[in-house]
Design a protein around this ligand. Structure first.
Ligand code: MBD
Ligand code: FE
Length: 288
């Protein structure tokens, strides 16, 4: 009998702990804490607390409800699910206010599963995958240009996405380290061509604290299938985006509110059963 170990041990605690661990190894967030002036911390902390106080008064929150919140918040930390919670329910507004000046391509949230320094594959190549990786083969071609119109040769396209079961390498067990993660560098015309597979929709782990909130509130736990990218070039703003597939049943009710019409792919079915997609990026020069 064959045992599907990926499904058996892909627990919320395992993927949450990996996401928390990853955030700890990146020291830049801690520098930001130190460098934020006290006036700013004071203003933000007061506003958030005032919004909490207003909700308690308006809803006349009981002690049972207050203690349920306390227990739940303790569990989110124990599960390592703060990165998941924040990226699913908060990040989309941070992304909105920080990119609303841009004239180039739309972006969206990064989410909890980015890992830097994925294997380099040049301008044309196949992302790291297992022998016989399940899923529909996908050939993606595109070009990176600047809002001035010039092609950006040497631009870097970092791609990461879930497998055909909805699992990410380094956050679900039993998957090779760099599976479905790759770095591509555009040619002189700014062009790239990536071979990968079409990912499956992603379900928030149901056995952790975020899953408990979803169940308790009667929400659903799904994100539509998506490709994550970071696109960068010297002198240009880093673009973090996700691309989606038309017809996914959760494109209109993404739990993370990260779908935009500009991020929709137009896949073309090929006679051999694979799909091709053509999607490029326009980067904004860094503001003077
Ligand atoms: C994901 O794959 C994701 O992209 C986000 C934003 C949240 C949880 C899982
Ligand atoms: Fe994702």
């Amino acid at each position: 009998m064959s045992v599907d170990t990926t499904h058996e041990v892909a627990t919320a605690a395992a993927s949450g702990a990996s996401a928390t661990e990853r955030f700890h190894t990146d020291k830049s967030p801690f520098a930001a804490v130190r460098d934020t002036p006290p006036e700013r911390v004071d203003a933000l902390a007061r506003k958030v607390l005032a919004a909490v106080h207003a909700t308690i008064r308006e809803e006349r929150v009981s002690y049972d409800e207050y203690n349920a919140l306390k227990a739940w918040m303790i569990n989110v930390g124990e599960d390592g699910e703060w990165p998941l919670f924040l990226d699913v329910w908060v990040e989309h507004v941070v992304e909105e206010v920080n990119t609303d000046h841009r004239e180039g391509s739309k972006g969206t949230i990064e989410g909890p599963y980015y890992v830097p320094d994925a294997p380099e594959r040049g301008a044309r190549g196949t992302i790291a995958m297992r022998d016989g990786e399940a899923g529909t083969p996908m050939l993606w071609s595109g070009q990176v240009t600047s809002t001035h119109g010039s092609p950006l040769g040497g631009a870097v396209v970092e791609l990461w996405h879930a497998d055909s079961d909805g699992f990410y390498s380094q956050f679900a067990p039993g998957i090779p380290e760099w599976n479905l993660r790759g770095t591509f560098t555009t040619d002189e015309q700014g062009r790239f061509e990536i071979t990968s597979i079409r990912p499956a929709p992603y379900q928030i782990p149901t056995d952790g604290s975020c899953g408990k909130l979803i169940a308790a509130a009667g929400w659903h736990a799904w994100r539509p299938a998506h490709l994550h990218v970071k696109v960068s070039a010297p002198g240009h703003e880093l673009l973090t985006a996700q691309l989606y597939f038309p017809g996914d049943e959760h494109n209109d009710d993404d739990i993370a509110d990260a779908v935009k019409p500009e991020l929709m792919l137009a896949p073309v079915d090929q006679p051999d059963g694979s799909i091709t997609v053509d999607y490029g990026f326009v980067l904004d020069p860094v503001r003077a």
